[in-house]
Write a protein that binds this ligand. Sequence first.
Ligand code: CR6
Length: 810
Amino acid sequence: MNLTKNQFKEDYVKRLTLTFAQTTTEASLEHKYLALGKLIRDYISESWAETNNYYTKKKCKQIYYFSMEFLLGRLLNSYLLNLNIRDVVKDGLRDLGIDLDTLLELEPDPALGNGGLGRLAACFMDSLASLGFPGHGCGIRFKHGLFNQKIINGYQKELLNNWLKEDFLWEIKKPEKTVTVRFGGVVNLVNTPNGIEPVYSGCEEIDAVPYDIPILGSNMETVNTLRLFSAELPEEEIDLNGLQKGDYQKFIDKKFAVEAISQILYPDDSSFQGKLLRLKQEYFFVSAGLQTILKRYKKLKESIHKFSDFVGIHINDTHPAIAVGELMRLLLDEEGLDWDSAWDITVKTLAYTNHTILAEAMEKWPYDMFKKTVPRILMIIEEIDRRFCEEVSKKYEEDYSKIDSMRIIYNGEVRMANLAIIGSHSINGVAKIHTEILKNRELHDFYLLYPERFNNKTNGITHRRWLKNANPELYKLVIEKSGPECLNDTNKFINFLKYINDDNVLQTLDKIKFKNKEKVVAFVKNKYNIDINPFSIFDVQVKRLHGYKRQLLNVFNIIYLYNQLKQNPELDIVPRTFFFGAKAAPSYYLAKNIIKLINSVANVINNDPDIRNKIKVVFLENYGVSIAELIIPAGDVSEQISTASKEASGTGNMKFMMNGAVTLATLDGANVEIYDEVGDNNIVIFGLTSQEVMDLEKNRTYNFRDILNSNPDLQKILTQLSDGTFSENKEEFKDILNHIYGEGDPYFVLKDFSAYVEAQNKINTLYENRRGWLQMCLVNIAHSGKFSSDNSIRKYAEDIWHIKEVKRGE
Ligand code: CR6
């Protein structure tokens, strides 16, 4: 956008005065921030309306990305960067005596997601708009996002997230676009002159009110929409007469029950609890989204049979898989299509991404709960299932085990992954190895049945947020050295390799990293009063806390190091700071126990004079997008140490790589592709391979005691978990001990321990060679462009959605 400093200043002062009747000297910081936000919103609004009109006028095929989670992060800085007015705004505000960075800190960070899956959806939104693709998001406007984590005495406490306490600047409520979503009741199929029609009785009807957030592309032209639905009680039910008659309590109960649907995000990442409210949430936003899309489609005046030529709907994991049933319902019941036509449209419209192979994450709803909640959808799914079984039995005759493994309704449960697969034309995994495991193992039967539907789309991250926004100096260096062609094509980051032997560039890299580390040093001092050494290796593991991600392996190595230093305080090691950031699902006891262990170990190590500050351990509270933006640019070592085969892709691995960290990893998820890119010399790989893990699991031959018996270091560590070293309460770490002794070390922490220690030693050696280390960082940055979500989105667009970039001028 073209904006001069003077124009901006004029606009800003006017906005502040009009909104708050104040001058820049009188206004509070909050008002200064709000005025800036409102002004930027004005700047965006025109393009937003134009984009929508253009899509409709040109009848562009539009994609709707249905996702339970969108972990957007703060938006103001992204908007400024994408409008290309950040510098002008910063200078203009400075003239007015206002510091932009201070205002940016005032923005709430909307935490409408748990982890990688939600953040991926946000990166995809950014890439869609920046590349000029007509692609929007559809989800839930949770009143309370993911809980805020507070660490008290080393334990995680969950506090209610209240991101909507103040008005959220970027959303626009669209009450006129409200649709009704129906739950429960009884449905009878009745013969009418128009054919068989469902007749509902005793249903609960809920308003789905849309709130739109503009997704502004860096092309400064496209503004797509993220539509989040909020559950409200229909107005006609607010019967004031009733209230006067004393039905007040009933009214309150009802309002509470309805609003509960969009009240709170379930705090589970890669795990599933069959909670009724969750099923309602899923149906709620899927039904609202599909109804809205159909309404919009009607305006095009095209035949319903051509629906999939104009609309693509993406199912992000199984959470929106109920879309298969709901789209069928709309086409059959509302549009009056016959089954075969409706089914054809449904399959052509829908596409599904699988994000995990973990059995505990698979959504399977109890049949009775499903029937009670969405009776008409169940009827339809039963018919889909019946037809599917009929089709498959023709092919496999009496092979019931095959049919049983694939059918939707089985053993009293409705299996959502099976529904998504049967109802979609495309099924993709999120990294090469993950897709291979799906094809060859987890979904093998489906792969044999529908080989053409399966494809891989490796995840990506938007370099605009994770480099340009989070690490502006590094971004500037990369662009300056690798050429302006990088601006539109991150694959050209590879040009940066030319500087591998350029000492000036290497020194600059070093300086940038050091500055980023100093920011973290100041943050940690200010927040936790811990002194850390900016010259130490910043070794970072930030992600959700989960057994398979093996934060425990990391802690065991720290304890091992501690023991070594205690034995020999003179030991010459490269100083290290170990950072952790992780939220645990509130009912995941093992994960919470690991958080307690990290904090207890930190407490002992950080305060032990024998250690002489050679190692420090820092737990960063309330890890989310904003903390990620601080710590990732400062990382030297990126810990990606999941049990091979369990991490579908990972995306933190890509963010660290792009910011010049060296990856310490197992060959899991997208680590494999990072390894393929940078080669053996620029990554440190250790541990069991996926195949080895899967073989051990299959043969049940792993016995952790074999490892323990032959490793005195490990024996000592496990003993220390109950001998008072880290907690006076000897029972403190019982969940962890039970995980090893009771469950038999299911994630192979002990098995991979020695290899991990060795890998960490290798990191020390590599780090000591400064020039060599900086060269590794440079190689990683140069190859990271491959993992931009722009690349992922281009592939989704071409292979799955069949959409083209839209240039409004043409
Ligand atoms: N937990 C995967 O575990 C992947 C993201 C996004 C996850 C992770 O490896 O990078 O999805 N899976 O594809 C689920 O949420 C089910 C995740 O974030």
